[in-house]
Design a protein around this ligand. Structure first.
Ligand SMILES: Cc1cc2nc3c(=O)[nH]c(=O)nc-3n(C[C@H](O)[C@H](O)[C@H](O)COP(=O)(O)OP(=O)(O)OC[C@H]3O[C@@H](n4cnc5c(N)ncnc54)[C@H](O)[C@@H]3O)c2cc1C
Length: 278
């Protein structure tokens, strides 16, 4: 894997395109300005980068385009505060800083030959998208792929058209759900963990990959346990705030574990070994 030369120094990147995904999520398709850096930049599915808006600060985002597609690096950003608010004001042609790739990655090698169930809520679909597209680009290596994805309402479902196209092409089985009924929604209504229980994917030879708001994760982990998923076969990616990204500042530690270098991807078995403060 090739990272940028100095892990503290952001490289200049150019925004090629901005896609409005939902009222509060935009996807930024970017490329490194330096051609040699662009050519040698490699990463693994699940790794993150720090994006900086000059004069404002930097924040962590997963690279949600897979390494198998090299036209651009995509980051989907939910607007929640200072940096993300400023990022949302940027347009195609604008420049930003990029530090990465950082962190570990999804254990996709261990998932070969297995079925996979993705379980996501809200912006939590962003990291899972990387792995999903990576698996579709290596389709023969994986078994059935099921996706259970929920958001507050239909307008808040990120990548909806893209995922419906995958379903229509027979690449994935898809359950989209929203929290409450609305006139513009004819699909499922209900919470993600409940829909997961109804789907009841067999735990045999299956890996579950989940990301979303903490409350969703809590009930999803409980549902997976009821369905018989072993802790080693449940993988999640944490969005705990990180600063330096290279294991030096200690701002993202849980006990002796540094989320920025030991994570953000963990199996449930690894999470259970972390101190209770998590
Ligand atoms: C490994 C990792 C991957 C991530 N990937 C993505 C991604 O792909 N897309 C995306 O939109 N976001 C992602 N995030 C979250 C993103 O980093 C934060 O939303 C961002 O740092 C907020 O910056 P801000 O300056 O806009 O918010 P601030 O102005 O600093 O804060 C605004 C509000 O958001 C809260 N907040 C900020 N960061 C976090 C956080 N990490 N967890 C919980 N609450 C927080 C603050 O407490 C505050 O209430 C990821 C975070 C991590 C650690």
């Amino acid at each position: 894997m090739s990272s940028l030369p100095n892990p503290y120094l952001p490289s200049l990147a150019r925004i090629l395109e901005v896609v409005v995904e939902t009222p509060d999520i935009k996807s930024f398709r970017v490329e490194l300005c330096d051609e040699a850096a662009r050519e040698s930049f490699t990463f693994e599915p699940g790794q993150v980068a720090q994006l900086s808006v000059f004069g404002t600060g930097e924040a962590t985002f997963v690279i949600n385009s897979p390494p198998t597609r090299r036209e651009y690096l995509q980051f989907s950003v939910m607007r929640v505060g200072e940096v993300t608010g400023r990022l949302h004001m940027l347009q195609a042609g604008d420049k930003l800083g990029l530090r990465g790739p950082l962190g570990n990655h999804f254990p996709y090698q261990d998932m070969r030959g297995k079925d996979v169930v993705f379980v996501a809520g809200g912006i939590g679909m962003a990291p899972l998208r990387t792995l999903l597209l990576f698996m579709l680009d290596n389709r023969g290596d994986y078994g059935r792929i099921r996706v259970v994805y929920g958001a507050r309402g239909p307008a808040n479902l990120c990548y909806r058209q893209e995922m419906e196209a995958m379903r229509d092409a027979g690449q994935i089985e898809l359950i989209l759900t929203v929290d409450q009924k609305s006139p513009d929604w004819a699909g499922q209504v209900g919470l993600v963990p409940n829909l997961l229980m109804e789907l009841a994917p067999p735990a045999d030879n299956c890996v579950a990959v989940t990301c979303g708001p903490p409350i969703m994760i809590r009930y999803t982990l409980a549902a997976l346990e009821k369905l018989g998923f072993a802790d080693e076969n449940v993988v999640t990616t944490l969005e705990r705030r990180m600063k330096c990204g290279v294991g030096l500042c200690g701002r993202c530690n849980v006990g002796g574990t540094l989320i920025c270098v030991d994570g953000p991807v963990f199996t449930r078995a690894q999470l259970k070994a972390l101190p209770d403060e998590f």
